[in-house]
Ligand binder design. Sequence first.
Ligand code: TZP
Ligand code: MG
Length: 219
Amino acid sequence: MQKRQFPETDIYGITASQFSQGRSNVEVVRAMLEAGVGIIQYREKEFPMLQKYRECLRIRDLTAHHAACFIVNDDVALALAVESDGVHVGQDDLPANIVRELVGESMLIGLSTHSPEQASRAVQSGIPDYIGVGPLYQTYTKKDVQPAVGLGYLDYVVAIHKIPFVAIGGIKEANVAEVIRHGAHCVCMVTEIVGAKDIETKVLSIRKQIAFARARIES
Ligand code: TZP
Ligand code: MG
């Protein structure tokens, strides 16, 4: 059996067709992959299932071609149907232990967390391969999102837990350096990337900020 491992990469891109300036999720993903984004999550709340399935099949091919990781948000059946590398669930989705029973041992499971208690529970369960940490800043991208939890929660995860994690929520080119300085290795962005006029240029600019912040930590 293939060993599950959360990839070491700096940017985790997430689709959102309503913020993509009229471009399809597939077009946006292609641009992200061409810019070297290492993880793509398919997150699409509005489309009919058949459309989501067809998009995911195309994204599956693209991520495989670019040796990138492909995660499906929320929907275990869709993840299984398109053989994604992983599935990401939130606190109100199917419990992670049930997801594990359904997807088996080879698929990555990500779990969103918003508090120290949720992070501890996730780690103690031994089920998720990585956790989401946020929303760090205020964001209106997600409909039912909670208020920003702040960088204190990121500091807590960095100090206490060894599990791989991704920082999320309101992260932009302008504040990504701060998130890196607080110890994040991988940052998730939705609107900052999918809404950019030129996605490749945006990813390269974000990556410059990340590299600059990392160099400052090391010096
Ligand atoms: N989960 C927590 S915040 C969020 C999700 C999916 C949305 C983040 O979107 P943005 O546009 O990067 O603030
Ligand atoms: Mg969810």
